[in-house]
Design a protein around this ligand. Sequence first.
Ligand code: N01
Length: 561
Amino acid sequence: MPEGAMRDGRGTRDFDAVVIGAGFSGLYLLHLLRDRLGLSVRVLERAEGVGGTWWWNRYPGARCDSESHGYAYFFSREIHEAWSWSERYPGHAEIRRYLNFVADRLDLKRDIRFGTEVTGAEWDETSGAWAVRTDAGETLRATYLVTATGCLSSANLPRIPGRDDFAGEAYHTGQWPHEGVDFSGKRVGQIGTGSTGIQAAPVIAETAGHLAVFQRTANYSVPARNHPLSEDRKREIRDGYDEIKALLHQTANGHPFDISQRKAFDVDEAERRRLYEKSWEVGGLRFRRVFADLLVDKTANDTAAEFLKDKIREIVADPETAEDLADIDHPYAAKRPPIDTHYFETFNRPNVTLVNLRKDPIKRIVPEGVELESGKVHELDVLVFATGFDAMTGPLIRLNLTGKDGLTLAEAWKAGPRTWLGLAVPGFPNLFTVTGPGSPSVLTNMPVAIEQHCEWIAGSIAMMNERGLTRIEATPEAAEAWIRHVNDAADATLLPQAGHSWYLGANVPGKPRVFMPYAGGMPRYREICRRVVEGGYEGFRLGGGEAAPVGDFVSATAPGV
Ligand code: N01
């Protein structure tokens, strides 16, 4: 029996819970389960340190688009007051410093095994435990398995013909070398113009000899207007714990600002323009707060879209480049809206070229660079893949989970993910998924969603222990009801209208097209989770007994965000 292993009536287990991942979710779960519930917990993390997605995403310009004072834990007033952010948006290194600070303060690292990748996990019905295998060759047995693997941790490296033939240096932004990359004087190609590419290009262009940006889908972007926080503002944030927390919990997306009640056509064109200009100056995701109906009314959205396309035409000097950049085919914010620091301005530099792949697609990658259908070859020394992630389902399927009756997660989700609340999966007892598909996660300011998920999961495990129960499993009926509700919530918005969005899995060839995140808003989601508990864990089968059916409340169409 391994050291620290316990034996109960159903066999040997090493831990009450194994948690996979040591980002925002894994750290808080460890604290909740170990320090508040007194359970034995082991966190397994493939990186050599805490940080989750921020451990890997160190590409030039990597910075969060949530404002720093809201991109943090709010479970502890002490932690809030002891930490001070330096800029309006936190950079990747500062986020890692913050998470290290929290981990050290709560003495979490002693229960985290770093540099350890989970290679598979199997549910054992007889002993009622998960057997979790690692690349170190060991198997840990635990009553509960919680995935805290994040939504954006599985890099999407597109299978472009000849990809591995490239003779120069190649990097994916989500697996960036810790020592950085020297672009000085080099010919650099960047594939991808999502949030990542839009952040990276201006920084790469500063030192590269030449930068070619390969754009398949044109994208909106609003200036981030990042700046250092003044000492007064830092003090205001430190003393504003209650107000900030209340605001984060009340807004649909968990950001520390409200969306206006005003609709786009409540004002005339001149006033609309004035309000857009003002919002453009404020910058960042706050641009969206200007009108209530931007994400639910296409005509309203068109006014924002036209404003933003006009801004591109104003900023970019070369008319053809400007038109290529402004040739955007989806409603504003129907894909995750990027925010930037001088992205469009970058195309006015003499060392930057936009390559419009809609006009001339990539044929293949050759040793010298990227060859287009026309036969033109862009010769490159460095190729940067800013091509995103196999989002939401990718990190979970990669874990090789096998539930009851030998059902693998990959098989169970062949036609798309099936979860109850994004937190539990039918056929996979005692498994909880933080920010799983079907949860609000990526449509929110993540730490707000993460805190709710972790507290809900810890509360459920506490309930199990108090009632002497050992098995909890979502029912297929609950997952069906939730899929319908997630679709209804998405359909009440313009979000599904961006057909190439990673929200739909459309960026990964062969991935089922299912709208994955929950668009009904965080307060409504929080309320549903609360009612599930109050209803006796509706949609769950507890301890092998009768399942509590799912109440009517999830079948009603949710208002859009
Ligand atoms: O990834 P993306 P991302 N050939 O999937 C292109 C978060 N994030 O890493 O749209 C050519 O959005 C692809 O083109 P298309 C945030 O949630 C946050 O940028 O599929 N191009 C697209 O342009 C964000 O939404 C922050 O046609 C190919 C790009 O690669 C999420 O991460 C910062 C291609 C991928 O865009 C993901 O953003 C960064 C191919 N074969 C990221 N395959 C902040 O907090 C893909 N592309 C600020």
